[in-house]
Each structure stands twice: as C-alpha cells, then as structure tokens.
Design a protein around this ligand. Structure first.
Ligand SMILES: [Zn+2]
Length: 270
C-alpha cells in the first residue's frame, strides 16, 4: 500500500493503531473546525496527548500533509469499524464559524485526493449513499459531533459525482486525444488550474470568472490575448521586465513562457 503522490509535506503523528485490519473501502472526510494550514494540521496531531490523528490533512493553504501512512489505522472518526476501513482526511475551513465554509480550490484538491485514493485502492465507484454502506463517510454518523460541518457536509454528493467523472473520464481522455484548453494563473503554476475544457468558450468563461488565463496544449496563452514573444523580447531588452531571476519570475507570473522570450531576446541582441 502506498501513500498519495499529491502529498506536499509529511508530519507524522504517533497516534494510530499500526496496520489497519481491513482493506481500504471507505473515505472519511472531516473538517478541522478551523482555518488552519497543512503544517498546523500536522502539528495538532503530533503530540501523543492529543490521542487523535488523520491519514491526510488539507490546509487552507491548499497543501496536503500526510500524518499517518495510508496502510495504518488513524484515530479520526471515533469508530474502529470505520477507521480500519477508511482513509481519513481532515479538510481546513476557509473561515471560522457560520456554515464552516471550505474554499473552492481546497474542495478541488480534496476531489483530486479522493480520486487518487480511489484509483490506488481499486475503488471503482465512489458512492455517497447518506449512510455507512457508501464509500464516503461522515464523522457525525459515529459520534456526537457536527463534523464535517454544514458546508462540507452538503458537498458529499457533488464530491462523489466529480470523483466518478474523473475515475471514468480518464479512460476516455486517453482514448480520444482532443486538445484541451487549460485555465491557469500561469502555465507553470499547475496547481492554479481551475479546469481543462474541450470547448474554448467554456474555458474563457472560467478564466473570466476567476481572473485567470486560457492556455493551449503547448502552454501558449489563448485568452486574454497576450503579447507576442517578439513584443515581450523587445520589452525585455528595453529593461521592462528586470533582470535574471526577477525577469523569470515576472514573466512566468504574468503567464508567459520565460524560456521562449529569453531565446528571442538572445536572437535579437546577437
Ligand atoms: Zn471529524
């Protein structure tokens, strides 16, 4: 059994029972009841005195922390029956109180992580039945708690359907290699991706909504129309983009391909 390759950091918790006594057939999604980073989630479960843990935590910084190896039974859901079967995930809120919201990007990361857990553990259909027989599990079914809170709790059907789309979608994507328009902050910032669309209009709508850009398969900005490599190269030569690392950073953050621009600069000034 492996851990998710999506993990950004590891802060191991001593609070677990060792090897689980059941195969992984469930995923229990919790909320942290607090707007905390992945590192903070890890540090919360580090002391033995805490007597609690999770397999994974997703911070409000959108990072994933591994606290207990997937193969081990975490102490998360107040139930030996559930925790032996479930990979447990603590998801950070975007703010405290109210309906205990989760940010959209953290929700997307959660969907990615659940999809990955399903794939690696042979869960072909990620079900949410509203009961213990489904794959997705709620803490409140096992203990007197409000976990996972009203907002995240209301998203379980959506999470299941998005995960299933991805589990099924991957097969069709590998069959038909249609061009996808990716909506990101910059091409190199893969994590900022809000979606990948076959339909350019849908990609543009998504870009407008989140203030992002649309890129083609090769990382070229399609929308909003960016400057040409030649224009950028001339601006660079005039000193408009700084030097060295600063130039690289600014061009990349603006969504441009630094290496293509630099190559053109070198050609011009030769
Ligand atoms: Zn919980």
């Amino acid at each position: 059994m492996t851990n998710s390759p999506l993990v950004n950091l590891r802060i191991y918790s001593p609070n677990h029972s060792g090897r689980r006594n059941q195969p992984i057939t469930k995923i229990a999604i919790h909320h942290t009841a607090g707007a905390v980073s992945a590192e903070t989630i890890g540090n919360i479960f580090k002391p033995r005195t805490r007597r609690a843990s999770c397999n994974y935590g997703i911070g409000n910084d959108n990072k994933i922390v591994l606290c207990v190896d997937e193969k081990n039974r975490s102490w998360c859901t107040s139930s030996s029956w559930c925790d032996n079967r479930a990979v447990t995930i603590e998801v950070a809120n975007s703010k405290n109180g109210g309906n205990w919201p989760i940010s959209d990007r953290v929700l997307t990361t959660l969907i990615d992580l659940v999809t990955d857990i399903c794939k690696r553990n042979g869960i072909k259909n990620c079900t949410y039945t509203g009961g213990k027989d489904g794959v997705l599990q709620k803490h409140e079914w096992y203990s007197n708690t409000n976990c996972p809170g009203p907002y995240l709790g209301s998203k379980f059907s959506y999470i299941a359907s998005e995960v299933n789309k991805r589990l099924r979608g991957n097969k069709s994507v590998s069959k038909s290699k249609g061009e996808l328009y990716r909506v990101r902050k910059s091409w190199s910032d893969v994590k900022s991706q809000k979606g990948a669309f076959k339909n350019l209009d849908n990609a543009k709508r998504c870009a407008d909504r989140f203030g992002l850009k649309v890129f083609d398969e090769n990382g070229k900005i399609i929308y909003p129309i960016g400057k040409t490599i030649d224009q950028l190269a001339r601006e660079v030569i005039r000193g408009g983009w700084g030097n060295g690392e600063e130039r690289k950073r600014r061009l990349t953050q603006a969504g441009y391909d630094y290496y293509a621009v630099q190559k053109r600069v070198n050609q011009i000034i030769q």
